[in-house]
Design a protein around this ligand. Structure first.
Ligand SMILES: [Zn+2]
Length: 228
């Protein structure tokens, strides 16, 4: 009897370890689209924050709806908003690096410049969180990034991830809540695995309202909500 229990415990631990490493394998070094899931899954991702005028309200909605998300942080924004970074962490969301300065002409000048920028953001986040995030999102996405810069990010040990759907709150000027919701739905095209792009930079009020509707839509459509 005792032997059986030990054997069972061993199997459970072994399965947990296997699932953990399999998930890590899926997340590593792969674009968003390789995060294939058996179940319909959506990852909500927020770039360019934190900001005082948007991030707290985004967090409120996520809390009300009980769904996790991933925040790709700009280091210079985080420096002055340590409490918001701690709140993101405390409420169980994932945190990734989205550059220190977000100035394309500076960070994409060379692999050395990119490395310096990432390191600067990493230092800020480590000072607040107590660990170095291992996720990275290229400002503007990796779609048009030179191979040498992608190699640089991989060599530093980061997994970088893009998106395959967006509420388009960065491109649409003065978009209504309805336009943002419709953009999210039409760009995701009911994919099995969705990585949705939002922005929690300053004054994205309509993103906050749209988020609530977007979450409801995907809940009704049977999606599981995961963080990266
Ligand atoms: Zn950005």
């Amino acid at each position: 009897m005792k032997k059986n229990l030990v054997r069972m415990a061993f199997c459970i631990v072994l399965s947990a370890v296997m699932v953990f490493f399999y998930q890590r394998h899926l997340a590593q070094d792969k674009p968003a689209f390789a995060l294939a899931q058996a179940q319909k899954t959506i990852y909500l991702t927020f770039d360019d924050g934190p900001s005082d005028s948007t991030t707290p309200f985004i967090l409120d909605v996520l809390k009300e709806e009980r769904v996790p998300a991933t925040f790709f942080i700009i280091g210079r924004q985080a420096k002055r908003r340590k409490n918001l970074i701690r709140r993101i962490q405390d409420e169980g969301h994932s945190i990734g690096i989205h550059s220190y300065s977000h100035i394309y002409s500076e960070i994409y000048r060379s692999p050395e410049a990119l490395q310096e920028d990432i390191q600067k953001c990493s230092d800020v986040l480590e000072g607040i969180l107590g660990y170095k995030p291992q996720l990275y999102r290229f400002p503007g996405g990796s779609f048009c990034i030179r191979d040498e810069l992608k190699e640089c990010v991989k060599a530093l040990g980061y997994s970088y991830i893009d998106w395959n759907a967006s509420c388009r709150d960065a491109e649409l000027i003065n978009a209504s809540v309805e336009e943002l919701v419709q953009s999210a739905i039409s760009t995701s095209a009911d994919r099995q695995t969705i990585v949705m792009l939002f922005h929690d930079s300053a004054h994205k009020n309509n993103t906050v309202w749209a988020l609530k509707e977007i979450i409801r839509y995907y809940k009704d459509a049977g999606y599981a909500f995961e963080k990266l």
